[in-house]
Design a protein around this ligand. Structure first.
Ligand SMILES: Cc1cc2nc3c(=O)[nH]c(=O)nc-3n(C[C@H](O)[C@H](O)[C@H](O)COP(=O)(O)OP(=O)(O)OC[C@H]3O[C@@H](n4cnc5c(N)ncnc54)[C@H](O)[C@@H]3O)c2cc1C
Length: 466
């Protein structure tokens, strides 16, 4: 079995197939595993994540994958989301003692950055999602509508949109509300806050991301497989209707019984020959999938400037501040502090210089965190990811191919393939498990790897009769 691509999709597929007794040979372009969800060392020796990555309680397949590869204890879960507005008002969202779907109600009612009218309008829209069991009629219509249209149909106040819906959804889906399919937007709220008590809990790695994947190599190698780094595939050689071999640098050729391409959509599109794409309608549309950008800004201060592990900022370009020193439980915490800022849907920042972005974000951090005003910024770096995720624009699902293709021994994986999920680590792992299941099915040895969603609980479970 050859797996091409060592991101989460390729790793999940490789680990699952190794578990099923296949000899997996994985080939990855870069010198490290993890793809977009990874970390590396800067020239000055500093370990940085490509960008801060978080998971949520509802990401059941990522959770299963972390358990399989033995790194789930390196994910720390938090129950409280803290938001801060420019006036310095903090609001927390967390589960109280009431059962789902009322568990967040207490903290929501006392949430200071929103007025009573904003909260009432949000409450009405939430009730709509709840009564429709997560799937209101107008998210299933053709042509699909955007999340912004869906919110306008529900007469949401401007502040409710800017300070609630946009804050949650731009971070979760990496795209602006007018470019998000309403189905994805509604699904986020159904899965994280409405159907159960734990879906909203946020998990943050306590290690640099690349350190999470040591167990993947072990799982694959223990079953006689191999993980090859710095091994870009240059060409796919087809013979008749089957994939015959893959070509690497130096004219190296490798063959296998089956192949999984676990690459980003643009790289997949580039590698597939025109004749193959033209012969399969599902493969001919990949180029229509667009990208969304995320920018990460890294600040190292000479002293601690915040106590919280993370904060969400309202009404600013900076959306999240992660306190990496606290999250990594760094023993040198009192001598300085490393913060990582995240700006999703950062299309507007792509044109700006790195220094402009640093100046903009530093001013916002100093406004939000009074202790940062006197602190010296020792160094800063900006990582712009123009193609961070695929854009979940209305109707994008029709361009997402399934993991099984019309080529009998070629399978696809990647967050952008048909998983029903947006571009997330959970979506990538789901795609990898689905690709592994497709391989096993076609070999006549079916096995399930895909994990079910979190079951509804509390009053929702009673109401749904579960
Ligand atoms: C800045 C940023 C922030 C994000 N934040 C979050 C978050 O907080 N939570 C979340 O759930 N998700 C987040 N995501 C999304 C998440 O990282 C991705 O959805 C997921 O990692 C995609 O995994 P993948 O395996 O599908 O693709 P990739 O990770 O892109 O893996 C593809 C792999 O293929 C390799 N490759 C490419 N070409 C070749 C070739 N020719 N031969 C061999 N190998 C090749 C690449 O090097 C790469 O390792 C974020 C993404 C970015 C970029």
């Amino acid at each position: 079995m050859i797996v091409i691509g060592g991101g989460l999709a390729g790793l999940a597929a490789g680990v699952a197939l190794a578990d099923s007794g296949w000899r997996v040979r994985l080939f990855e372009l870069r010198p490290f595993l993890g793809g977009r969800a990874t970390s590396y060392v800067l020239p000055d020796g500093e370990h940085v994540d490509n960008c801060q990555h978080v998971t949520f309680g509802c990401c059941t397949n990522l959770d299963d994958f972390y358990r399989r590869v033995g790194c789930s204890s390196s994910i720390r879960f938090f129950d409280r989301l803290v938001l801060l507005d420019p006036q310095g008002r903090r609001g927390g969202l967390q589960a109280g003692f009431l059962p789902a779907p009322l568990h967040i109600l207490g903290s929501f009612v006392s949430f200071r950055p929103l007025s009573v009218w904003d909260k009432l309008s949000i409450g009405r829209a939430m009730l709509d999602i709840l009564l429709a069991k997560g799937s209101p009629v107008d998210v299933r219509v053709s042509p699909p509508i955007s999340m912004l249209d869906w919110l306008h149909r529900r007469h949401q106040t401007k502040r409710a949109i800017d300070r609630f819906w946009r804050v949650v959804l731009v971070s979760a889906l990496s795209e602006e509300l007018d470019r998000v399919d309403a189905r994805y937007g509604v699904d986020v709220f159904w899965k994280t806050v409405l159907s159960n008590r734990t879906g909203y809990r946020m998990g943050v790695p306590t290690l640099p991301l690349a350190d999470l994947y040591d167990g993947c190599r072990k799982s694959i190698e223990q079953k006689g497989g191999e993980v090859n780094l710095r091994a870009p595939v240059r060409k796919l050689n087809f013979s008749g209707s089957a994939l015959a071999s893959v070509l690497f640098d130096g004219q190296r050729v490798e063959t296998a019984d089956a192949y999984i391409l676990a690459l980003p959509h643009a790289a997949t599109e580039e590698l597939l020959p025109e004749a193959i794409k033209n012969s399969d309608p599902a493969l001919s549309q990949i180029a229509r999938i667009k990208d969304a950008s995320i920018t990460g800004v890294h600040f190292w201060f000479d002293r601690p400037v915040m106590d919280e592990p993370y904060l969400t900022l309202l009404d600013t370009t900076t959306q999240w501040i992660f306190n990496k020193t606290v999250l990594y439980a760094n023993p040198n915490a009192d001598s300085g502090q490393y913060l990582q800022l995240v700006i999703s849907a950062s299309h507007d920042l792509l044109q700006k210089s790195r220094q402009e972005i640093i100046d903009l974000c530093l001013a916002e951090v100093r406004h939000a965190l009074p202790r940062a005003r006197k602190a010296q910024l020792l160094k800063a770096t900006v990582i712009k990811e123009a193609a961070a995720t695929f854009s979940p624009e209305p109707g994008v699902d029709r361009w997402r191919p399934t993991q099984r293709t019309s080529v009998p021994n070629l399978f696809l994986a990647g967050d952008w393939t048909a998983t029903g999920w947006p571009a997330t680590m959970e979506g990538a792992v789901r795609s990898g498990y689905l690709a592994a299941e497709a391989v096993l099915n076609s070999a006549g040895t079916p096995k399930n790897y895909l994990q079910p969603d979190l079951p509804p609980d509390g009053l929702v479970a009673l109401w749904l009769g579960k």
